[in-house]
Unconditional design. Structure first.
Length: 175
């Protein structure tokens, strides 16, 4: 188990060394000291970032992210697009390409957006449970639905074609 207090201290000490200071007493290190070598210093700054991300992931708090989710065109081009997938798996692929200090995208955010712009709509089954189904616009871009049976009974599965995935990547933040 990771001790978050030790991670915090390690990060502080690495940060001090990366900035050319003795972490124990705060005194400046000699310019000829090995930690003041540009390559070593960069490595120490990188270790600080890694320790920071470990601490944030383990704390489980959404408040720890420095950046709100935003997908650049460069990152969008790195997202793996499959022939057909569910929204949760597709969103995981998107979150793989974003920086660790960025708040991840949620499947709920994407499906809510698709409802808002008219590609999905909410329906209610005979026992009052809400679910989503593609509209004609959604079907036109490759969103499909299928009634499936799982351990808890029947449910509506929504699949997204490669075209639908590309549509999401290209349009998610254009509103």
């Amino acid at each position: 188990m990771i001790d978050l207090e030790k991670v915090k201290i390690a990060k502080e000490w690495m940060n001090a060394l990366a900035n050319g200071y003795n972490p124990l007493d705060g005194t400046a290190l000699d310019d000829k000291d090995i930690v003041n070598n540009v390559h070593i210093s960069r490595c120490l700054f990188y270790v600080c970032e890694v320790l920071d991300s470990v601490g944030k992931r383990k704390s489980g708090s959404g408040k720890d992210y420095d950046l709100d989710f935003k997908l650049s065109q460069e990152d969008a081009a790195k997202v793996y697009i499959s022939d057909r997938t569910g929204i949760s798996i597709f969103v995981k692929e998107i979150n793989k390409v974003i920086p660790e200090n960025m708040k991840p995208l949620s499947a709920t955010a994407v499906t809510s957006w698709l409802v808002r712009i008219g590609y999905l709509q909410e329906a209610v089954n005979e026992v009052g449970h809400k679910y989503k189904v593609p509209t004609a616009n959604g079907q036109a871009i490759g969103i499909s639905s299928e009634l499936r049976t799982g351990p808890n009974g029947q449910y509506m599965a929504i699949d997204y074609s490669a075209n639908a995935q590309r549509f999401i990547l290209q349009n998610l933040f254009k509103e």
